[in-house]
Design a protein around this ligand. Structure first.
Ligand code: NDP
Length: 237
């Protein structure tokens, strides 16, 4: 594992799941980490106490709050935009306000947070957005709103990679398949349907996704930019 001593890292949505694993991995590798959360204050406090990272409450759905939190983090070396929500179901009956909120958190927030991080980021920095294999492929029904949001972040990633590339900043999208978290438990009702579409028929572990994020953040990945890196056990291949 690379040494991130002295590196300034921000993780949006670090209180639970994949984001908490990313916080743990960067903190273990010596980085100075700040992470955001919205509703899970107890979980955020536990991650902060365990890792020494700083927790800040900032709802990604509220643009001014989000941008202020990113600005307050100062000159970052690494920004991981992980906070996201999933709602699955029939688009004919899905609540429109819930879809709008998903778009706020999964699309608007990555755009504004990525721009704000880039405004202050040190040269040769890293921006990593957590997308989904559903940005590329939809192997089960009920994923339209979620898929649109994860396709959208591919465009954000490619655009910012162009805009910030002259400063040596790389921007990439990590696209997990099913990962065992509160959002998508390995023992949940949709798991058998998901596993049926996979070459490796299990949920990923959060540490497996965090390891890919740390690789993309490392000096070894300096020429990887504008890409999508899929880590999905072969969904729908
Ligand atoms: P979890 O629901 O387990 O955790 C979500 C994290 O994001 C929590 O820390 C939560 O904080 C934070 N978050 C959610 N909404 C907001 C908000 N409005 N403002 C700030 N923080 C917020 O999800 P996962 O760990 O599973 O997912 C993380 C990312 O990975 C998401 O972008 C998701 O779409 C993506 N992903 C997940 C997959 C999976 O199978 N699990 C598959 C593919 C992609 P709090 O509780 O404090 O609000």
């Amino acid at each position: 594992m690379s040494d991130f001593t002295g590196k300034s890292v921000m993780v949006l949505g670090g209180s639970r799941g994949i984001g908490a694993a990313i916080v743990r991995h960067f903190a273990s590798a010596g980085a100075d980490v700040v992470f955001s959360y919205s509703g899970s204050a107890d979980a955020a406090a536990a991650v902060a106490a365990e890792t020494g990272a700083a927790a800040v409450q900032a709802d990604s759905a509220v643009r001014d709050e989000l941008v202020a939190a990113v600005a307050a983090a100062g000159a970052l070396d690494i920004m991981v935009i992980n906070a996201g929500v999933a709602i699955m179901g029939d688009p004919l009956t899905m609540d429109a306000d819930a879809v709008d909120r998903l778009i706020d958190i999964n699309v608007r927030a990555p755009y504004f947070a990525g721009v704000e991080a880039g405004r202050r980021m040190n040269d040769n920095g890293r921006i990593i957005i957590i997308g989904s294999v559903n940005g590329d492929r939809v192997a089960w029904p009920g994923a339209t709103a979620y898929a649109l949001s994860k396709s959208a972040v591919q465009g954000i990633g490619r655009g910012l990679a162009r805009d910030f590339g002259p400063r040596g900043i790389t921007v990439n999208v990590v696209q997990p398949g099913p990962v065992d978290t509160d959002m998508n438990p390995a023992g949940g009702p949709m798991a058998p349907m998901m596993h049926a579409a996979m070459a490796i028929k299990r949920h990923a572990k959060v540490d497996e996704v965090a390891a890919l994020v740390l690789f993309l953040a490392s000096p070894a990945a300096a020429m990887i930019t504008g890409t999508t890196q899929t880590i999905d056990g072969g969904v729908g291949i």
